[in-house]
Design a protein around this ligand. Structure first.
Ligand SMILES: [Cu+2]
Length: 69
């Protein structure tokens, strides 16, 4: 099933951070779409829950150096 989820991401300060988060999430198998908003500290992710889950997505954000809430 396709899921759309908003994840709060702390620690982003510029457009490079936005890019880093976007790419970390986009690289995951099963992620369809990711939109990162710097002002709102939010990543909106569309993914297939058969292939990837929220924990994995959050872990990828953490690995990129940011805090996923
Ligand atoms: Cu930055």
């Amino acid at each position: 099933m396709k899921i759309k989820e908003d994840i709060t991401v702390n620690g982003m300060s510029c457009k490079h951070c936005v890019k880093a988060v976007s790419e970390a999430v986009k690289d995951l198998d099963g992620v369809k779409k990711v939109k990162v908003d710097l002002e709102d500290k939010r990543a909106t992710v569309e993914y297939d829950d058969q292939k990837v889950n929220l924990e994995t997505i959050k872990a990828a954000i953490t690995e990129a150096g940011y805090t996923a809430v």
